[in-house]
Design a protein around this ligand. Structure first.
Ligand SMILES: [Ca+2]
Ligand SMILES: [Ca+2]
Ligand SMILES: [Ca+2]
Ligand SMILES: [Ca+2]
Length: 752
């Protein structure tokens, strides 16, 4: 499904050669504009995210360290002082929402504008295998109650309000793939008491209440070991040898009880849980384990959330891949197919190899930036990172300050939304590989929360530049020069440009030859003000060609040269759109420059209603246009902006699970295509994804389609070379369920 490049046109405009402007033009964020759900607004590429394992950041409330009714054995306090010791990382350490709130000034001083925090809802309260607590949040027990180790709902709301009033957005981790481990009597979910109408009951603070007076605030809802509603897949743990799509999606990830998301009851429950947290005013979701769920479910979940009160929020997910990875093709199109962006594992893997163990060159790194910019439709929305809670800390991989800093500066200036794993700015180094070792308790680290480290200052300066120069947020990427150790790249959004020159070698200097440039003649100060040994860049005109004069890069040197041209208010330019997928009637945010005044927004040729407009953002409503890809443009007078691709859905999304019986030969896969946009409108390039066949020769795939829609379809085969064979006979017909969280299986058809 490659509907890419025609939609991304950053025409390079003739540069007005004028006086060099190295001063920053700062567009303040409108931090008091809240949506109907209480969100500040989606995370955009102007933001810098900071990822916090809530338990491992800062303890500002010792009263919740051993919540009432929980075992002290969950808490790591060998010396009995009531505070986490930071020694047994399998147990709770005491970090909480009040702790994050207390550190907002620290985050703000670092230039952070969004935080991604741990799963906020209740997890199991015992030690798995007698050792492991659920401090990480990935063993759900009750989606509608807070994790009491982190605080009560009033504490969550207080954190959200404090973040918002300081201009920081709040993203929560959210797990819709599984509950707890299935192997030791867990894999259960509890729910709050219900009222007479079947609605969950809460007290004035939003915490579950004992509505029916039986002394309990929660009730067993489902249990994988007594699964009467078919809530879970029962396929067992996926062995490493099973690399099938079915294995990844339907078998268990690390023996965690896997939800049957093809079951409408499960879909309804998980959508309700996500909407519950959205209604608390959060700005986005980080979706766990997207690799392990059918995209049809993820697309429907995202659509349900964004179509609920308050409009679209940010969605990015964990499609965990290695490099190279057979699932790369699935990964690179994930945002196109679901509306949920990826955490950029391709960036992560290449960074580790190029800046970490030096097993790849900087040329390879530059090639990755270019190939992913081509492969990802929305490369500026991918969430980039150099480490996180599921991998070794980058500081362990690269303990040398110079390549560590040059990696960090590259992350902050490359395409995508940078995500900083907590403690990166303090050089947290567990001294061991692996993800668990890296989940250190920052409060007990040394230094902790220092605002004078070089890494802290690098993040601060470049996060500020990311806010002010749209070349970093919305720009294209061009490699200007690269060797094994040196990379010079350019980000550009129309006349706005940022040039980044990086030397990864700590002790070897390099000379970069004069480079042709689109920068105006002049001098460019280093935006890092020499923090990483950078110097002023000189652009001169040589025989009619502007050139950056040859310069040297000392060990670990990074230069960041910013040209923040004024783009003016006459010509509208689109830099980004959130969401990139939705139904007619949904809200859409269009970001860029020159957007205020009498701007008209069009989806294709159809005009959309604009509800508000500033120079940098338009809020509009998706008009009633045909489902499928539509180009968004903004028109002001005679000036029409570049276009940006938006995927219009044909309505509220439900799942139809197609089944067909067909014997095939090696390399052949089954697909379905049909009369509606969700089935590719008979275009074999836009057909469904390939089917799964755990019971070969029977094949199946869930597809997200509009509720109540009646459509024609046929099955087809594609072989390894891409040759297409349609089945014969007349078109088949089917009607999707009309209930909005429905899910229906087709009959098991026989190939005709
Ligand atoms: Ca202690
Ligand atoms: Ca605490
Ligand atoms: Ca009760
Ligand atoms: Ca799954």
């Amino acid at each position: 499904m490659n509907f890419k490049k025609a939609n991304k046109i950053f025409a390079m405009w003739a540069l007005s050669i004028s006086i060099v402007c190295s001063g920053l033009i700062f567009y303040p964020q409108n931090s008091d504009a809240l949506t109907d759900s209480g969100a500040l607004g989606p995370v955009t590429p102007k933001d810098t995210i900071y990822q916090i394992i809530t338990d491992r950041f800062f303890d500002n409330d010792t009263t919740n360290n051993i919540p009432i009714g929980t075992s002290p054995s969950l808490f790591n306090d060998a010396n009995g002082d009531g505070k986490g010791d930071g020694t047994d990382l399998n147990k709770y350490q005491g970090g909480d929402w009040k702790g994050i709130q207390a550190k907002i000034p620290y985050l703000k001083n670092m230039g952070i504008t969004a935080v991604w925090i741990s799963v906020p809802y209740e997890n199991r309260e015992d030690l798995v295998s007698g050792m492991y607590s659920a401090y990480h949040g990935y063993h759900a027990r009750n989606y509608f109650a807070t994790n009491p180790h982190f605080g009560q709902m009033q504490d969550f709301i207080a954190l959200k309000n404090a973040l918002h009033s300081n201009g920081l957005k709040l993203v929560i981790d959210f797990v819709s793939n599984h509950s707890g481990p299935s192997t030791d009597g867990d894999g259960v979910l509890y729910e709050p008491d219900k009222d007479a109408n079947g609605n969950y009951t809460f007290d004035a603070n939003g915490n579950p209440t004992d509505y029916n007076g039986d002394g309990k605030k929660e009730n067993l809802m489902v249990d994988i070991n007594n699964d009467i509603t078919g809530f879970f897949h029962h396929e067992g743990n996926r062995p490493d040898s099973d690399t099938s799509k079915f294995g990844f999606r339907h078998k268990e990830l690390a023996s965690l009880a896997d939800f049957s998301q093809e079951n409408g009851t499960v879909v309804a429950y998980l959508e309700k849980a996500a909407e519950f947290w959205k209604s608390k005013g959060i700005d986005g979701f980080r979706h766990d384990a997207t690799l392990h769920m059918n995209p049809a479910f993820v697309k429907g979940l995202k659509d349900a959330v964004d179509s609920s009160t308050g409009g679209p929020v940010t969605h990015f997910g964990e499609f965990f891949i290695g490099r190279p990875d057979a699932k790369y093709d699935e990964y690179k199109t994930y945002a196109d197919r679901t509306g949920v962006n990826n955490l950029d594992f391709e960036y992560y893997n290449t960074n580790k190899q190029a800046f970490g163990d030096f097993s790849q060159t900087m040329q390879n790194f530059g090639n990755m930036l270019i190939s992913t910019s081509n492969d990802y439709t929305y490369e500026n929305q991918t969430v980039t990172f150099i480490d996180n809670h599921d991998v070794s800390r980058f500081r362990y991989t690269q303990p040398n300050d110079k390549p560590y800093h040059s990696s960090l500066a590259t992350l902050m200036t490359a395409r995508g939304i940078p995500n900083i794993y907590y403690g990166t700015e303090q050089y947290l180094n567990p001294g061991n590989s692996g993800s668990d070792a890296g989940r250190m308790f920052m409060q007990t680290a040394s230094p902790a929360f220092s605002e004078t480290t070089t890494a802290f200052q690098v993040i601060k300066k470049l996060a500020t530049l990311r806010q002010s120069n749209e070349a970093l947020a919305y720009g294209t990427t061009e490699i200007m020069y690269s060797t094994s150790d040196v990379l010079v790249f350019k980000r550009q959004f129309y006349d706005k440009q940022v040039i980044v020159a990086v030397n990864r070698q700590p002790n070897v200097s390099a000379t970069v030859p004069a480079l042709n440039t689109t920068l105006p003649v002049g001098t460019y100060v280093d935006s890092l003000t020499g923090l990483l040994y950078g110097e002023t860049g000189n652009v001169t005109n040589v025989s009619g060609q502007n050139k950056i004069s040859s310069f040297s890069l000392s060990g670990g040197e990074v230069n960041v040269w910013s040209y923040n041209a004024t783009l003016g208010t006459t010509i509208p330019r689109i830099g980004d759109v959130v969401s990139t997928m939705g139904r007619p009637g949904n809200k859409v945010y269009i970001y860029g420059t020159g957007l205020s005044g009498s701007a008209t927004v069009k989806f294709g040729s159809t005009t959309a209603t604009v509800t508000s407009a500033t120079d940098t953002m338009i809020e509009a409503t998706v008009p009633n246009v045909a489902a499928g890809l539509q180009d968004i443009t903004v028109t002001k007078g005679a000036n029409i902006s570049n276009s940006f691709a938006y995927s219009v859905l044909g309505g509220n999304q439900v799942q139809v699970i197609f089944h067909v019986k067909k014997a095939t030969t090696a390399g052949q896969n089954i697909y379905v295509s049909g009369s509606i946009a969700e089935l590719g409108s008979w275009d074999t390039l836009k057909s469904s994804e390939s089917f799964m066949n755990p019971n070969y020769p029977e094949w199946f795939i869930p597809v997200s389609v509009p509720a109540g829609s009646t459509f024609q379809f046929k099955f087809l085969i594609k072989d390894a070379a891409g040759n297409v064979t349609w089945e014969g006979g007349s078109n088949r017909s089917f009607t999707a369920p009309s209930t909005v969280t429905g899910s229906t299986d087709t009959p098991v058809y026989t190939w005709q």
